[in-house]
Ligand binder design. Structure first.
Ligand code: ZN
Length: 84
């Protein structure tokens, strides 16, 4: 795990990939899922109170696919309603 501290000036933390060290983002406070542009790792980024945590997004492909499917199903239902 990579942990760095906020610059006192801005309160923003620099977030880097914990696998390859690539720059990901600067943020004062966030929790987000992203893919590293360098190594393609799926990451969870947490910035809170000047501390940065980066760890692997351990959600399985299956779980992600299920979520995607649920979303698509909702869209489809909406479209059906509009068409009716
Ligand atoms: Zn990386």
């Amino acid at each position: 795990m990579l942990v760095s501290f906020a610059e006192e000036k801005t309160g923003e933390c620099v977030v880097c990939c914990h696998r390859c060290g690539a720059f990901l983002m600067e943020s004062a406070s966030t929790t987000s899922y992203m893919v590293c542009p360098e190594c393609g790792a799926r990451l969870v980024v947490c910035v809170k109170k000047g501390k940065v945590s980066v760890f692997d997004d351990t959600r399985s492909e299956e779980e992600l696919a299920k979520k995607r499917h649920a979303r698509l199903t909702r869209y489809a239902a909406k479209i059906n309603e509009i068409v009716k």
